[in-house]
Design a protein around this ligand. Structure first.
Ligand SMILES: [Zn+2]
Ligand SMILES: [Zn+2]
Length: 133
């Protein structure tokens, strides 16, 4: 099979430039709002397609935190995520060293290679705003 040749796209380059150093796990909508300023004719579908392509290329990864949206993360290293249930912000959680203790699930005979954990709660900023929570 011929390797899939991915055509260089200036729009994808703009999307990548926007997202590559971000730590806030933007959704396609957020990226679209920005890229539209540079490419007024770009559609949300094109932005989404390019983000998924960058995901396929291994340049970024998708993050699902259960808020019904796909978040994009240029940090493809092993880490978990925290969703603030108050402001909806998604932040990174890193642990020291490798935590290899995967609890043995019941009725499962396969081999687990990775697990991603989503933590939910109130972020630091929201806690400061309303400490009574
Ligand atoms: Zn918050
Ligand atoms: Zn992340």
């Amino acid at each position: 099979m011929e390797p899939k040749v991915i055509k260089y796209s200036r729009q994808r380059e703009a999307i990548w430039d926007y997202i590559k150093n971000r730590k806030d796990h933007p959704t396609a909508d957020t990226v679209y709002t920005y890229v539209k300023k540079v490419y007024p004719n770009i559609s949300l579908a094109t932005v989404y397609r390019n983000l998924m392509l960058l995901n396929d290329m291994g340049k970024l990864r998708t993050v699902f935190v259960g808020d019904g949206m796909v978040h994009f993360d240029p940090d493809t290293s092993d880490h978990d995520h925290f969703l603030c249930t108050k402001c909806g912000k998604v932040t990174d959680i890193y642990f020291d060293g490798k935590e290899e203790t995967v609890r043995k699930p019941l009725d499962f005979e396969g081999k687990i290679e990775r697990s991603f954990t989503i933590y939910k709660g109130i972020c630091e900023q929201c806690l400061k705003k309303s400490p009574e929570i």
